[in-house]
Design a protein around this ligand. Structure first.
Ligand SMILES: [Zn+2]
Length: 275
Protein backbone atom coordinates (compact mmCIF):
# COMPACT_ATOMS: atom_id res chain seq x y z
CA UNK A 1 0.00 0.00 0.00
CA UNK A 2 1.43 3.40 -0.91
CA UNK A 3 1.92 6.23 1.55
CA UNK A 4 -1.04 8.31 0.38
CA UNK A 5 -3.67 5.57 0.53
CA UNK A 6 -2.27 4.44 3.88
CA UNK A 7 -2.66 7.98 5.24
CA UNK A 8 -6.22 8.27 3.92
CA UNK A 9 -7.18 4.93 5.44
CA UNK A 10 -5.62 6.04 8.71
CA UNK A 11 -7.59 9.29 8.75
CA UNK A 12 -10.89 7.53 7.96
CA UNK A 13 -10.41 4.97 10.73
CA UNK A 14 -9.39 7.59 13.25
CA UNK A 15 -12.29 9.86 12.33
CA UNK A 16 -14.71 7.01 12.98
CA UNK A 17 -13.27 6.43 16.43
CA UNK A 18 -12.76 10.07 17.40
CA UNK A 19 -16.25 11.15 16.30
CA UNK A 20 -17.76 8.57 18.59
CA UNK A 21 -15.61 9.89 21.41
CA UNK A 22 -14.10 6.52 22.24
CA UNK A 23 -10.50 7.39 21.57
CA UNK A 24 -8.31 10.37 22.11
CA UNK A 25 -5.38 8.90 20.23
CA UNK A 26 -4.88 8.76 16.47
CA UNK A 27 -2.30 8.47 13.77
CA UNK A 28 1.36 8.25 14.53
CA UNK A 29 4.47 8.59 12.46
CA UNK A 30 7.39 6.23 12.96
CA UNK A 31 10.72 7.93 13.78
CA UNK A 32 13.37 7.32 11.09
CA UNK A 33 11.04 5.83 8.48
CA UNK A 34 8.19 8.36 8.66
CA UNK A 35 5.64 5.59 8.00
CA UNK A 36 2.11 6.55 9.07
CA UNK A 37 0.48 4.15 11.52
CA UNK A 38 -2.86 3.75 13.29
CA UNK A 39 -2.41 3.94 17.06
CA UNK A 40 -5.72 3.51 18.87
CA UNK A 41 -4.32 2.94 22.34
CA UNK A 42 -2.53 5.57 24.44
CA UNK A 43 1.20 5.09 25.06
CA UNK A 44 0.46 4.88 28.78
CA UNK A 45 -2.06 2.06 28.34
CA UNK A 46 0.26 0.09 26.07
CA UNK A 47 3.13 0.53 28.52
CA UNK A 48 1.05 -0.53 31.52
CA UNK A 49 -0.48 -3.54 29.75
CA UNK A 50 3.00 -4.64 28.65
CA UNK A 51 4.51 -4.01 32.07
CA UNK A 52 1.93 -6.20 33.80
CA UNK A 53 2.83 -9.13 31.55
CA UNK A 54 6.55 -8.37 31.68
CA UNK A 55 6.62 -8.32 35.49
CA UNK A 56 4.70 -11.59 35.59
CA UNK A 57 7.19 -13.11 33.16
CA UNK A 58 10.27 -11.88 35.06
CA UNK A 59 8.86 -13.19 38.38
CA UNK A 60 8.62 -16.68 36.87
CA UNK A 61 11.89 -16.57 34.92
CA UNK A 62 15.33 -17.50 36.16
CA UNK A 63 17.92 -14.83 35.42
CA UNK A 64 21.26 -15.97 34.07
CA UNK A 65 23.96 -16.80 36.60
CA UNK A 66 26.61 -15.99 33.98
CA UNK A 67 27.68 -12.60 35.30
CA UNK A 68 30.00 -11.84 32.38
CA UNK A 69 27.34 -12.41 29.71
CA UNK A 70 24.74 -10.57 31.79
CA UNK A 71 27.07 -7.56 32.05
CA UNK A 72 27.62 -7.69 28.27
CA UNK A 73 23.87 -7.71 27.54
CA UNK A 74 23.35 -4.77 29.89
CA UNK A 75 26.30 -2.77 28.52
CA UNK A 76 25.36 -3.33 24.85
CA UNK A 77 21.75 -2.47 25.74
CA UNK A 78 22.83 0.70 27.49
CA UNK A 79 25.04 1.83 24.57
CA UNK A 80 22.17 1.30 22.12
CA UNK A 81 19.67 3.01 24.44
CA UNK A 82 21.95 6.04 24.53
CA UNK A 83 22.35 6.14 20.75
CA UNK A 84 18.57 5.76 20.32
CA UNK A 85 17.91 8.63 22.71
CA UNK A 86 20.50 10.78 20.96
CA UNK A 87 18.77 10.16 17.65
CA UNK A 88 15.30 10.92 19.04
CA UNK A 89 16.48 14.13 20.75
CA UNK A 90 18.29 15.38 17.66
CA UNK A 91 15.33 14.74 15.36
CA UNK A 92 12.37 16.27 17.12
CA UNK A 93 11.17 13.14 18.93
CA UNK A 94 12.23 14.24 22.42
CA UNK A 95 8.72 13.65 23.82
CA UNK A 96 9.10 9.94 22.92
CA UNK A 97 11.71 9.61 25.67
CA UNK A 98 8.84 9.74 28.18
CA UNK A 99 7.65 6.38 26.80
CA UNK A 100 11.00 4.67 27.34
CA UNK A 101 12.06 2.96 30.55
CA UNK A 102 14.91 0.71 29.51
CA UNK A 103 15.65 -2.65 31.09
CA UNK A 104 17.93 -5.35 29.70
CA UNK A 105 17.94 -8.86 31.13
CA UNK A 106 19.62 -12.14 30.28
CA UNK A 107 17.47 -15.15 31.13
CA UNK A 108 18.66 -18.67 31.87
CA UNK A 109 17.34 -20.74 28.96
CA UNK A 110 18.77 -22.63 26.01
CA UNK A 111 16.15 -21.12 23.73
CA UNK A 112 17.59 -19.07 20.87
CA UNK A 113 15.28 -16.17 21.57
CA UNK A 114 14.86 -12.53 22.57
CA UNK A 115 11.90 -10.22 22.89
CA UNK A 116 10.97 -6.65 23.66
CA UNK A 117 8.06 -5.26 25.59
CA UNK A 118 6.76 -1.71 25.19
CA UNK A 119 8.95 0.96 26.71
CA UNK A 120 12.19 -0.93 26.05
CA UNK A 121 11.99 -3.93 28.38
CA UNK A 122 14.27 -6.30 26.51
CA UNK A 123 14.94 -9.93 27.38
CA UNK A 124 17.70 -12.02 25.81
CA UNK A 125 17.83 -15.80 26.36
CA UNK A 126 21.22 -17.41 26.99
CA UNK A 127 20.71 -19.66 23.96
CA UNK A 128 20.78 -16.65 21.66
CA UNK A 129 24.41 -16.04 22.61
CA UNK A 130 25.35 -19.26 20.79
CA UNK A 131 24.37 -17.44 17.57
CA UNK A 132 25.15 -13.83 18.49
CA UNK A 133 28.78 -14.56 19.33
CA UNK A 134 30.28 -11.08 19.04
CA UNK A 135 29.31 -7.83 20.75
CA UNK A 136 28.19 -6.35 17.41
CA UNK A 137 26.03 -9.42 16.65
CA UNK A 138 24.40 -9.09 20.07
CA UNK A 139 23.91 -5.38 19.26
CA UNK A 140 22.07 -6.51 16.11
CA UNK A 141 19.45 -8.34 18.16
CA UNK A 142 19.10 -5.68 20.83
CA UNK A 143 19.05 -2.88 18.24
CA UNK A 144 16.33 -4.73 16.33
CA UNK A 145 14.24 -5.15 19.49
CA UNK A 146 14.72 -1.45 20.33
CA UNK A 147 13.47 -0.72 16.81
CA UNK A 148 10.21 -2.56 17.60
CA UNK A 149 9.85 -0.49 20.80
CA UNK A 150 10.61 2.91 19.26
CA UNK A 151 8.33 2.22 16.27
CA UNK A 152 5.53 1.29 18.70
CA UNK A 153 4.81 -1.93 16.86
CA UNK A 154 3.02 -3.26 19.97
CA UNK A 155 0.56 -0.38 19.90
CA UNK A 156 0.02 -0.90 16.18
CA UNK A 157 -0.60 -4.63 16.63
CA UNK A 158 -2.94 -4.00 19.55
CA UNK A 159 -4.80 -1.43 17.44
CA UNK A 160 -5.12 -3.90 14.58
CA UNK A 161 -6.38 -6.57 16.99
CA UNK A 162 -8.92 -4.19 18.50
CA UNK A 163 -10.23 -3.39 15.04
CA UNK A 164 -10.33 -7.07 14.05
CA UNK A 165 -11.83 -8.45 17.26
CA UNK A 166 -14.14 -5.64 18.23
CA UNK A 167 -14.64 -3.63 15.04
CA UNK A 168 -17.72 -1.49 15.17
CA UNK A 169 -18.87 -3.10 18.40
CA UNK A 170 -16.34 -1.14 20.44
CA UNK A 171 -17.63 2.11 18.99
CA UNK A 172 -20.84 1.76 20.92
CA UNK A 173 -19.18 0.71 24.16
CA UNK A 174 -18.32 2.97 27.07
CA UNK A 175 -14.74 4.12 27.47
CA UNK A 176 -14.25 1.96 30.56
CA UNK A 177 -14.98 -1.13 28.48
CA UNK A 178 -12.25 -0.16 26.04
CA UNK A 179 -9.72 -0.75 28.81
CA UNK A 180 -10.96 -4.32 29.13
CA UNK A 181 -10.51 -4.71 25.37
CA UNK A 182 -6.97 -3.36 25.66
CA UNK A 183 -6.15 -5.92 28.37
CA UNK A 184 -7.58 -8.80 26.35
CA UNK A 185 -5.77 -7.77 23.21
CA UNK A 186 -2.50 -7.24 25.10
CA UNK A 187 -2.64 -10.84 26.26
CA UNK A 188 -2.73 -12.14 22.70
CA UNK A 189 -0.30 -9.58 21.28
CA UNK A 190 2.39 -10.06 23.95
CA UNK A 191 1.62 -13.67 24.72
CA UNK A 192 3.57 -13.68 27.97
CA UNK A 193 0.54 -14.25 30.19
CA UNK A 194 0.13 -17.61 31.84
CA UNK A 195 -2.82 -18.75 29.73
CA UNK A 196 -1.62 -17.81 26.27
CA UNK A 197 2.13 -18.30 26.02
CA UNK A 198 2.32 -17.65 22.29
CA UNK A 199 3.52 -14.31 21.09
CA UNK A 200 2.08 -13.18 17.79
CA UNK A 201 4.69 -13.01 15.05
CA UNK A 202 5.67 -9.64 13.70
CA UNK A 203 4.67 -8.81 10.15
CA UNK A 204 7.32 -8.55 7.46
CA UNK A 205 6.72 -4.79 7.36
CA UNK A 206 7.49 -4.49 11.08
CA UNK A 207 10.50 -6.78 10.81
CA UNK A 208 12.09 -4.77 8.00
CA UNK A 209 11.38 -1.55 9.84
CA UNK A 210 12.92 -2.84 13.10
CA UNK A 211 15.94 -4.11 11.13
CA UNK A 212 16.53 -0.72 9.57
CA UNK A 213 16.09 1.18 12.82
CA UNK A 214 18.32 -1.33 14.58
CA UNK A 215 21.23 -0.87 12.17
CA UNK A 216 20.92 2.93 12.44
CA UNK A 217 21.07 2.76 16.25
CA UNK A 218 24.02 0.35 15.93
CA UNK A 219 25.96 2.71 13.67
CA UNK A 220 25.29 5.71 15.94
CA UNK A 221 26.57 3.62 18.87
CA UNK A 222 29.76 2.90 16.93
CA UNK A 223 29.04 -0.71 15.89
CA UNK A 224 29.63 -1.97 12.36
CA UNK A 225 26.14 -2.76 11.07
CA UNK A 226 27.58 -5.29 8.61
CA UNK A 227 27.53 -7.61 11.64
CA UNK A 228 23.75 -7.71 11.20
CA UNK A 229 24.34 -9.61 7.94
CA UNK A 230 26.52 -12.15 9.77
CA UNK A 231 23.93 -12.61 12.51
CA UNK A 232 20.92 -13.09 10.23
CA UNK A 233 22.88 -15.38 7.90
CA UNK A 234 23.69 -17.61 10.88
CA UNK A 235 20.08 -17.47 12.07
CA UNK A 236 18.83 -18.48 8.63
CA UNK A 237 21.21 -21.45 8.64
CA UNK A 238 20.39 -22.33 12.24
CA UNK A 239 17.59 -24.78 11.46
CA UNK A 240 15.35 -25.88 14.29
CA UNK A 241 17.61 -24.30 16.93
CA UNK A 242 16.59 -20.88 15.69
CA UNK A 243 12.86 -21.64 15.59
CA UNK A 244 11.99 -19.84 18.82
CA UNK A 245 13.25 -16.49 17.61
CA UNK A 246 12.18 -17.02 14.01
CA UNK A 247 8.62 -17.85 15.09
CA UNK A 248 8.13 -14.25 16.21
CA UNK A 249 10.61 -12.75 13.76
CA UNK A 250 9.93 -14.38 10.37
CA UNK A 251 13.00 -14.27 8.18
CA UNK A 252 14.25 -15.18 4.73
CA UNK A 253 17.02 -14.28 2.29
CA UNK A 254 15.16 -11.15 1.17
CA UNK A 255 15.53 -9.80 4.65
CA UNK A 256 19.32 -10.08 4.58
CA UNK A 257 19.41 -8.42 1.14
CA UNK A 258 17.23 -5.59 2.44
CA UNK A 259 19.54 -4.99 5.43
CA UNK A 260 22.53 -4.95 3.09
CA UNK A 261 20.81 -2.41 0.83
CA UNK A 262 20.15 -0.07 3.75
CA UNK A 263 23.54 -0.18 5.49
CA UNK A 264 24.88 2.87 3.55
CA UNK A 265 21.82 4.91 4.71
CA UNK A 266 22.44 3.86 8.31
CA UNK A 267 26.11 4.80 8.05
CA UNK A 268 25.23 8.20 6.54
CA UNK A 269 22.82 8.97 9.41
CA UNK A 270 25.51 8.04 11.96
CA UNK A 271 28.04 10.29 10.20
CA UNK A 272 25.57 13.19 10.15
CA UNK A 273 24.99 12.73 13.89
CA UNK A 274 28.71 13.28 14.54
CA UNK A 275 28.66 16.72 12.89
ZN1 LIG B 1 11.47 -8.53 15.15
Amino acid sequence: MNKISSSIRCVIIICAFVITGILSTGCGSVPLTGRKQVLLVSDKEVFEAGLTQYNEYIRGAELSSDSRSTALVKSVGSKLAQSTERYLKANGFESELDNLEWEFNLVKSNEVNAFCMPGGKIVVYEGLLSVAQTEAELATVIGHEIGHAVAKHSNERMSQQIMTQYGMAILSQALSQKSAAVQTVATSVFGLGAQVGIMLPYSRKHEYEADYMGIVFMEIAGYDSASALDFWTKMAAGGSNANDFLSTHPSDSKRIAEIKRRIPEAQAIAVSMKN
